[in-house]
Design a protein around this ligand. Structure first.
Ligand code: DQA
Length: 148
């Protein structure tokens, strides 16, 4: 049994309502429920934090050190430029999955770069709400195999 920290970045609190043609109509609460149900099937717990500010996200990542077994993070737009979030993740030992609802490579050029990918174990993007299930499955596999 492990604890997975699910981190949701800026504007993701508006999911369901926000640009549904890109992000779908599933609310963040429902995405968290998908993650929790998937984790439970593998005997794991999910803790969730959403924040619109970089500092609160960094504090949450620090709080996971030595306490949580893995991190799944959708950093929102911070993905593309927040070096301090990348540094905080680099200080976490355990698997880290970077997760996006949309395929950022099919979108604006400024979304093509991720400063988080170099410190992530892997990336799941472009599968909408299903990505939340896939990311937890990926984490469960890493935890079983002891891989980060
Ligand atoms: C996102 C992609 C980002 O480019 C964007 O800023 C978001 C959501 C996604 O889940 O597709 O806020 O991370």
């Amino acid at each position: 049994m492990g604890t997975i920290l699910l981190v949701s970045g800026p504007n993701l609190n508006l999911l369901g309502d926000r640009e549904p043609e890109i992000y779908g109509t599933t609310s963040l609460a429902d995405l968290v429920e998908i993650a929790r149900a998937t984790a439970a099937a593998h005997g794991h717990d999910v803790e969730h934090v959403q924040a619109n500010g970089e500092g609160a996200l960094i504090d949450a990542i620090h709080g996971a050190r030595g306490r949580c077994d893995a991190i799944v993070i959708n950093p929102g737009a911070f993905t593309h430029y927040a070096y301090a979030i990348a540094d905080a993740l680099a200080a976490f030992s355990g698997p880290i999955i970077e997760l996006h609802l949309s395929n950022t490579h099919r979108r604006d050029a400024w979304r093509h770069r991720s400063v988080v990918s170099p410190v992530a174990t892997g990336v799941i993007m472009g599968f909408g709400a299903n990505g939340y299930r896939l990311a937890i499955e990926a984490v469960a596999g890493c935890l079983t195999e002891g891989r980060s």
